[in-house]
Design a protein around this ligand. Structure first.
Ligand code: C5J
Length: 230
């Protein structure tokens, strides 16, 4: 086992690299690129772009370390049979889930907009989880994938911080995973929600988990690799 010690709040956390998974939440064109779901909801998608370089650095380090990498994509079946009417019937009818947009039907599996941005595109061997809800555990086989690899710690990043990232961390925490939010590799259309969401994770002695940043994870991984090579 290779141990890494990640500097984080509310305190350092020691984890086995083999038992840690990087979970990248919903870094999809529909949320990050103009013309997608996020923009049709009236959001400034450029606010999410600053999460891309830290997420890229994190992904590269996880790949070098041979860590399990999981990518999630929020989206629905083309017939919307897995999309609750309460979720679909919100906002203007032209901007709803399933409506046509410049990147295909909004948040529909298989459409270009529902796919992951090129900068973080999955490679062979990485797990892609299509999820119908905000949390990555809800109505998916993520728990099974993690159990089969004996994973006990999750490094979580992606978009948006206070919605799908936060819901996944809460779900993971309740399932017994040690969840570490990688703050600068998360993004929100609302900077104040981003900040408060991260504060909520680490408050009360880490009520939902830990918060760190990409550079601190990369340096923990480099240090563990150097020690293993000695
Ligand atoms: C949202 C997400 N915000 N991935 N989805 O609808 O956070």
């Amino acid at each position: 086992m290779t141990t890494m010690i990640i500097d984080a709040e509310p305190g350092k956390i020691s984890a086995s690299v083999e038992k840690t998974a990087l979970v990248i939440i919903d870094m999809q064109r529909d949320f990050l690129e103009p013309g997608g779901f996020g923009e049709t909801l009236g959001n400034d998608v450029s606010l999410l772009a600053k999460a891309i370089p830290p997420a890229k650095a994190l992904l590269a380090a996880a790949r070098r370390a041979g860590m399990l990498v999981v990518h999630t994509r929020e989206g629905h079946r083309p017939d919307l049979s897995d999309a609750p009417p309460a979720k679909v019937n919100r906002g203007s009818p032209t901007h709803r889930i399933g409506a046509p947009g410049p990147m295909g039907r909004i948040l529909i599996r298989g459409e270009p907009g529902q796919d992951i941005i090129p900068e973080l595109y999955p490679i062979e061997g990485e797990v892609v989880i299509d999820k119908p809800g905000k949390g990555a555990f809800f109505a998916t086989d993520l728990g099974l994938v993690l159990a089969n690899k004996a994973i006990d710690t999750l490094l979580v990043c992606g978009v948006t911080t206070e919605v799908c990232v936060h819901t996944t961390i809460r779900e993971g925490n309740d399932r017994g995973y040690r969840c570490i939010a990688v703050g600068d590799a998360c993004g929100s259309y609302f900077p104040e929600f981003h900040d408060v969401a991260l504060r909520m994770v680490k408050a009360q002695g880490g009520i939902f988990g830990w918060v760190t940043d990409a550079a601190r994870v990369v340096s923990a991984l480099e240090a563990s690799a150097a020690e293993a090579a000695e």
